[in-house]
Ligand binder design. Structure first.
Ligand code: URA
Length: 195
């Protein structure tokens, strides 16, 4: 199908952000990364998933959520009325922190403008922060286990936080919560999201 003007323009803007990220040296993570991981998906996605930062597989491939947690995310997305290429998947930081440590405050502060721009361009119906660290960037007052699968308004944005898939892989109760949460996300999309 022919792409709308909005889709073409959003796609171009996202490509230019990815190019900026690829040559970014604003923080020390630039020295240890193999590849930058700007994010991928539909430029006009209704759902935007936001993780914490690339792991080893993502650093090696330059693509978000392609390792074990990514396989689980794929499976969760498969239960939604859309495909992986119809959503957008990004991270708070675009370069892998060594040994998958948490990104430092300064690294998040230097990097997060890329995410802010991606959100503005894509303008998703709902943002899904994955895990405590991603949620903390949007709404630090929320607790991830309390807010999993619930809808929140954050300024002009609608959020539905979910536990991080890697935490579902470690903890069967978290796995159940993730499946419930993604079910709520599917319902919210089908019903037309209201806060
Ligand atoms: N975990 C994340 O938070 N992001 C990825 O891209 C992969 C694993």
């Amino acid at each position: 199908a022919e792409k709308s003007e909005r889709e073409t323009s959003a796609a171009e803007k996202l490509i230019s952000i990815a190019a900026e990220v690829a040559s970014c040296h604003k923080c020390p993570l630039a020295r240890t990364r193999t590849n930058t991981v700007p994010g991928e998906g539909s430029p006009t996605a209704e759902i935007m998933f936001v993780g914490e930062g690339p792991g080893r597989d993502e650093d090696e491939s330059g693509r978000p959520f392609v390792g074990r947690a990514g396989k689980l995310l794929d499976e969760l997305i498969a239960s939604l009325p859309m495909r992986r290429e119809d959503v957008y998947i990004a991270n708070i930081v675009k370069c892998r922190p060594p040994n998958n440590r948490d990104p430092e405050r300064a690294e998040v502060d230097q990097c997060s403008n890329y995410l802010t721009q991606q959100i503005e361009i894509i303008d998703p119906l709902v943002i899904v922060p994955l895990g405590r660290h991603a949620l903390g960037w949007f709404m630090p007052e929320l607790r991830i286990t309390q807010s999993n699968g619930k809808i929140f308004r954050n300024g002009n944005r609608v959020l539905m936080p979910l536990l991080h898939p890697s935490s579902g892989l470690r903890n069967p109760e978290h796995m159940r919560m993730l499946r419930d949460g993604i079910h709520n996300l599917g319902d919210a999309i089908l019903e037309g999201i209201r806060v």
